[in-house]
Design a protein around this ligand. Structure first.
Ligand code: URA
Length: 435
């Protein structure tokens, strides 16, 4: 086979077959096909698209480009949950213990944050002592003994996606439906669960800003999952404003703990219960998603979710005392407040603007190698629909670098759009696909 012919074929809009896709993925991972040829192919894909069959083949080729996780030693149906990325999205920290408390085994592989979106691994690392790296045997034993475990992605899983994603990032080829879907789904399939709940974020703080695009992505991903024999459901959810009030690693863990104590923001609480409910249903522990949701609600109310979270933190070496004493989290030396300059109602709170501002406090990284400040971030006192008066606090800013915090505040100020008329907060769950 010949890479020039493969590029030419895609350039002419012809579909690639299984052998061609497997050949180029294998050759790229082995270092036999150079970046410049793969870049040309990626750009041809962006212009000419991928058929459903090509997307499935690309996903499968990437899924088997490295190690895959075998979860068969864990009893029961294993259900994974994945968010396509947003601002303030700490739902995994609530959903996983709630689902585990309802008897669903949770063996989860999570990622780090990049750009203005956060990642579960960084959040968990803000708990002193918490270990995200584990040997496979220890990981499986913990799921069997505690009911849940979360590990970071290892270098050996889907190496094709790692190389391709880095190349897409610098060749303006990230934003193609088939490439995004195959990238996400190859990792989910390699992680070994029997069923998958996808939280596809939609709004200015997400990859998909428009509803029709979120629906297209959700449809492609559910088709890929189902074609691979994994029951896959996508829930399209609002990401026009940040989720909850905390944005930044330790701030978000504190908010997740508050939610498990029954004192969290309504949006985080409701979305977590809905997602956990869907997982509980797909895992065969409830007769319907609604029943699963009621079970999750119960586990939150009676404290079983919080108890499970405590056991999980302890099992992974973290200090469980943080659950009772938030002062044990990394502390910020700089704390500033953004005040309202006019009366009115919050009409918009742009998630992307807040995400970027949070990144600039030190809470996020622009490149994969960058260190992050686990104490940095933003706490929002006002959200869409809230009334506001001059001088009231819109948000608190945390960090360890005065100049960065100042710059973040300037940026965040633009994200608050105050109008004279009240507006209703946006609907949290927009559509469910694949049920
Ligand atoms: N997340 C991924 O893992 N891959 C993409 O292509 C986009 C978002």
């Amino acid at each position: 086979m010949n890479m020039v012919e493969i590029i030419q074929k895609k350039k002419e809009g012809k579909p690639l077959n299984r052998e061609e896709i497997r050949w180029f993925i294998t050759g790229y991972v082995a270092g036999e096909i150079p970046d410049y040829q793969v870049s040309a192919l990626l750009m041809a894909i962006c212009f000419q698209g991928l058929t459903k069959e090509e997307t499935v083949e690309l996903t499968e080729a990437m899924r088997y480009s490295g190690d895959t996780i075998d979860l068969s030693s864990i009893e029961g149906i294993k259900v994974d949950k994945h968010s396509t990325g947003g601002v303030g999205d700490k739902t995994t920290l609530v959903v996983a213990p709630l689902a585990a408390a309802c008897g669903l085994p949770i063996a989860k592989m999570s990622g780090r944050g990049l750009g203005f979106t956060g990642g579960t691994v960084d959040k968990m690392e803000s708990i002193p002592g918490f270990r995200i790296a584990m040997e496979p045997e220890e990981f499986l034993n913990q799921v069997n003994e505690v009911g849940m475990a979360v590990i970071g992605q290892t270098a050996h899983i889907t190496p094709a996606d790692k190389k391709l994603y880095a190349l897409r990032d610098v060749t303006a080829t990230v934003d193609h439906f088939g490439l995004i879907a195959s990238s996400i789904m190859s990792k989910k399939l390699a992680a070994g669960s029997d069923a998958i709940v996808l939280d596809v974020k939609c709004g200015d703080g997400a990859f998909m800003e428009k509803m029709e695009d979120a629906v297209t992505l959700a449809e492609i991903m559910t088709e890929i999952g189902n074609a691979a024999g994994r029951r896959t459901v996508a829930v399209i959810t609002e990401m026009g404003q940040p989720l909850g009030r905390a944005v930044g690693n330790s701030l978000e863990v504190v908010e997740a703990i508050d939610t498990l104590k029954g004192k969290g923001p309504v949006d985080i609480t409701q979305l977590s219960e809905k997602l956990a409910g869907m997982m509980i249903y797909l895992g065969g522990k409830a007769k319907s998603p609604e029943e699963g949701c009621r079970m999750a609600e119960e586990a939150l109310k009676d404290g079983r979710g919080l108890k499970k979270f405590r056991e999980f933190v302890k099992a992974q070496g973290g200090n469980p005392s943080v659950i009772d004493d938030a002062s044990l989290f990394p502390a910020a030396t700089v704390k500033n407040q953004l005040l309202a300059e006019q009366d009115g109602y919050i009409n918009r709170l742009e998630a992307k603007g807040i995400g970027l501002a949070s990144q600039h406090t030190g809470a996020g990284r622009a490149t994969k190698e960058e260190e992050i400040d686990l104490a940095a971030g933003i706490y929002l006192h006002k959200k869409v629909g809230d009334p506001v008066k001059v001088g009231e606090v819109l948000a608190d800013f945390f960090g360890n670098d005065e100049a960065r915090v100042e710059a973040a505040m300037k940026e965040a100020k633009e994200a608050f759009v105050i109008g004279c008329e009240p507006v209703a907060p946006p609907e949290l769950i927009k559509q469910i696909i694949g049920l």
